[in-house]
Write a protein that binds this ligand. Structure first.
Ligand code: PMP
Ligand code: GLU
Length: 397
């Protein structure tokens, strides 16, 4: 019988991308859908970055690039890590990939053996668990609640660790919750890891620049942790470059080498043009990063005020990224007469069909009591979306 591998059969479709595709299809049918599903900046890539890409084309950057990335870009990453994070790396510890998504997959495939456990605080970004599955590992989720600001405690971490634990994977700022771990909170987790020297910490820092409360804190800042931390980052979110597909890791040499080996057989070096654009992003004027962050913060504040008016939405202020993650379980059991809402997936579909607003069910992130809305959209669109959501919810009895 012709059929796909068990590996692919066991894998979920990316629900963020699937919801975005669905709203694109509805738009193509002429339906006025507001898409709050996929998380990507709505801004255009800044001009100086686009110009660098145009120059790279003119300068014939048309050949294969080195597998781990052009030295120029890896040096720009090293400089960025020093300048912004106070971290010392050498260029051979940097591997550039086709987006942070590939960086995570590379690192996971490089360290996890069949049956190894990977601890993931939940709610978590949708692709984490699927990437662990692909590497034949087992995800061990640590549940968190809105009351604890969706952050794990050292005690919870300690309880989740077993002799099979190989890695810990988390994002701060977090997708989907927008929570941030402070330096003290990271140190408290590091104190637990200090007792377990064989666990690799995968620190997804892709939302680093979208932080509304202060400086970014990385687990790699602690000298006793750094040689087993994989910092994952990229240009997608901070520089409005999601489609350019450039991500990177900064890692201990043995992991960087393994990722390069895998990438050399799977995809080769990332796009040469996009890499040269990323050099301009990291080395160039950073004022667009600041202005985009300021715009996101304004949108968050407005959206929060408006969302608080919606009955049944329990919400706290996210400190980073560009998502709102209300707890909506108070609405479960309600109906508009024809549609019953029994979970967040029902609610997300109800909002898509009756209010024409695309969101993502919390189920996708391991939080079936929540709903994710991206506010990386204009203030007007956001206000209109919330008006529609409110009126659809008011029809539920
Ligand atoms: N990590 C997190 C937490 C994300 O939200 C995303 C965005 N999809 C990524 C990694 C991957 O980003 P990209 O592949 O676009 O660099
Ligand atoms: N990070 C974004 C999101 O969570 C992009 C979509 C994706 O790659 O999953 O919506």
């Amino acid at each position: 019988m012709l059929k796909v591998s068990d590996r692919i059969a066991a894998m979920e479709l990316s629900p963020t991308l699937a919801m975005s595709q669905k709203s694109r299809e509805m738009k193509a049918q002429g339906i006025d859908v507001i898409n709050l599903s996929v998380g990507e900046p709505d801004f255009d890539t800044p001009d100086h970055i686009k110009k660098a890409a145009q120059k790279a084309i003119d300068d014939n950057y048309s050949h294969y690039s080195p597998v781990p990335g052009f030295l120029e870009l890896r040096q720009a990453v090293v400089n960025k890590l020093k300048r912004e994070n106070g971290l010392d790396y050498t260029t051979d510890q940097i591997v550039v990939s086709n987006g942070a998504k590939q960086s995570i997959a590379n690192a996971m495939m490089s360290i996890v053996n069949k049956g190894d456990e990977v601890i993931i605080p939940s709610p978590f970004w949708v692709s984490y668990s699927e990437i662990v599955k692909l590497a034949e590992g087992t995800s061990v989720f640590i549940p968190t609640s809105i009351e604890q600001d969706f952050k794990i405690t050292p005690d919870q971490l300690e309880k989740a660790i077993t002799s099979k634990t190989k890695a810990f994977l988390f994002s701060s700022p977090s997708n989907p919750t927008g929570s941030l771990y402070s330096k003290e909170e990271l140190r408290a987790l590091a104190d637990v890891f200090a007792k377990y020297p064989d666990i690799v910490i995968m620190s997804d820092e892709i939302y680093e620049h979208i932080n509304y409360v202060g400086s970014h804190e990385s687990m790699a800042q602690f000298d006793d942790m750094k040689d087993r931390v994989v910092v994952i980052n990229g240009v997608s979110k901070g520089y409005a470059m999601t489609g350019w597909r450039i991500g990177y890791i900064a890692a201990p040499l043995w992991i960087a080498k393994a990722c390069g080996k895998l990438q050399g057989q799977m995809t080769s070096g990332a796009s040469s043009i996009a890499q040269m654009a990323s050099v301009a992003a990291l080395d160039g004027d950073q004022s667009s990063v600041v202005s985009m962050r300021t715009a996101f913060k304004k949108r968050r504040d407005l959206a929060l005020l408006q969302l608080k008016e919606i009955p049944g939405f329990e919400i706290r202020e996210p400190k980073g990224a560009f998502y709102l993650f209300p707890q909506v379980s108070q609405l479960f059991g309600k109906s508009n007469g024809s549609v019953s809402i029994n979970n967040a997936t029902d609610l997300s579909l109800y909002l898509l069909e009756t209010a024409n607003v695309a969101t993502v069910t919390g189920e996708a992130f391991g939080a079936p009591e929540c709903l994710r809305l991206s506010y990386a959209t204009s203030e007007e669109q956001m206000a209109e979306a919330i008006r529609r959501i409110k009126s659809a919810i008011e029809n539920l009895k």
